[in-house]
Write a protein that binds this ligand. Structure first.
Ligand SMILES: NC(=O)c1ccc[n+]([C@@H]2O[C@H](COP(=O)([O-])OP(=O)(O)OC[C@H]3O[C@@H](n4cnc5c(N)ncnc54)[C@H](OP(=O)(O)O)[C@@H]3O)[C@@H](O)[C@H]2O)c1
Length: 320
């Protein structure tokens, strides 16, 4: 058995709890991973509350929370090539990341280089990959100006660094307490709140060429008209509203090539996923509450007890 942090129905924080669950058995093409760290994202509590995108598969309860993790391969399923027990990997597990063990599709797993820490690696598959993918989606030329709303969050800090790395000028909105942190990334800070569009125009008198919205709602509506031209507005926060405003949701990021490119940026020091809070797994609720509050700087990550050797699972033999 293993410890996992699950939600046993849909609702508020009260439906979250630890559970003893069987260690999953890797099926064809799957890796069993001893989790070392698991990223915490807004989508985790949104799923717990029952929200899911149209067309998404039904959630089986109890559901292990968490959509990204890094760890060591503990067993390989039938037909897996290219990975072996002990390999350090990261990716978006389909069995939930807030657990001692999870399952990753081998085809979607990426190797963790030794230079990248477990806690940094665990936060790359969702937030950093989304930031990277969104900047690539906008495809602005070097020298163009990109506005990022909610720039101080997990996706925003990654997107800002990728954009600066590609030669874009970045204007970003966030709360005053994050100003120093985002300015250190090369972002021209504007305060969030009513009147945002006017402050952005003042900060970028030559105009805004593209917008990456990470807040949605009124903020998205206020900045939607800033970029000139089609294809220059994307949102990670509000899929329906951004379409109605003539833009597009940020694209899917479950792409190992894209994730591999993000890992390489981190390995070479071009991208810091900005983990600002490492929370022991035993205090998972605290980590989810912080992210659910909606105003964290950078990333929150769960750290599993070290020494996975001390918790080798009883894995039934895998045939084939
Ligand atoms: N594939 C995808 O489509 C995808 C992937 C990842 C994330 N997302 C979505 O993208 C959004 C951002 O994700 P994230 O991981 O960066 O979240 P996050 O780390 O929680 O950051 C969100 C930021 O939004 C700001 N914010 C919150 N409420 C606000 C408000 N009312 N007005 C202005 N700013 C506000 C906060 O900054 P301040 O404290 O500065 O206000 C916070 O730093 C979320 O909606 C998430 O679900 C989508």
């Amino acid at each position: 058995m293993q410890k996992a942090y699950v939600h046993s129905s849909f609702g508020g924080p009260e439906v979250e709890h630890f559970a003893d669950l069987p260690v999953p058995v890797p099926g064809p093409g799957q890796l069993l991973v001893a989790v070392r760290a698991a990223g915490v994202n807004p989508v985790d509590w949104k799923r717990r509350s029952g929200r899911r995108p149209a067309g998404a598969p039904a959630v089986v309860l109890p559901a292990v929370m968490g959509g990204e993790a890094a760890g060591e391969v503990a067993a390989v399923g039938p037909g897996v090539t290219g990975f072996a027990v002990g390999d350090a990997v990261l990716g978006g597990p389909f069995a939930g990341g807030y657990a001692e063990y999870t399952l990753l599709a081998a085809a979607a797993a990426v190797r963790k280089p030794p230079e990248v820490s477990w806690t940094d690696a665990a936060v790359l598959p969702i937030a950093a990959a989304t930031g990277y993918g969104a900047v690539r989606q906008l495809a602005l030329p070097p020298g163009a100006t990109l506005l990022i709303t909610g720039v101080g969050g997990g996706v925003g800090v990654a997107a800002a660094q990728v954009a600066v790395h590609l030669g874009l000028s970045v204007v970003g909105s966030c709360a005053e307490d994050k100003r120093g942190a985002v300015e250190a990334l090369g972002v021209a800070h504007v305060a969030s709140g009513p009147g945002l569009a006017a402050r952005v125009r003042a900060a970028a008198p030559a105009g805004i060429d593209g917008v990456l919205d990470l807040v949605g709602g009124d903020v998205l509506h206020e900045v939607a008209g800033l970029p000139a031209g089609p294809g220059r507005l994307v949102s990670g926060a509000d899929r329906e509203a951004v379409r109605a405003l003539g833009g597009a949701p940020v694209g899917p990021v479950r792409d190992p090539e894209l994730l591999g490119a993000v890992v390489e940026l981190v390995r070479t020091g071009a991208l810091d996923p900005m983990v600002t809070r490492v929370v022991p797994f035993a205090r998972a609720a605290e980590a989810v509450r912080a992210v659910e509050g909606g105003h964290t700087l950078g990333k929150v990550v769960l750290e599993m007890p070290p020494a996975p050797d001390a918790r080798v699972p009883e894995i039934p033999p895998v045939s084939g």
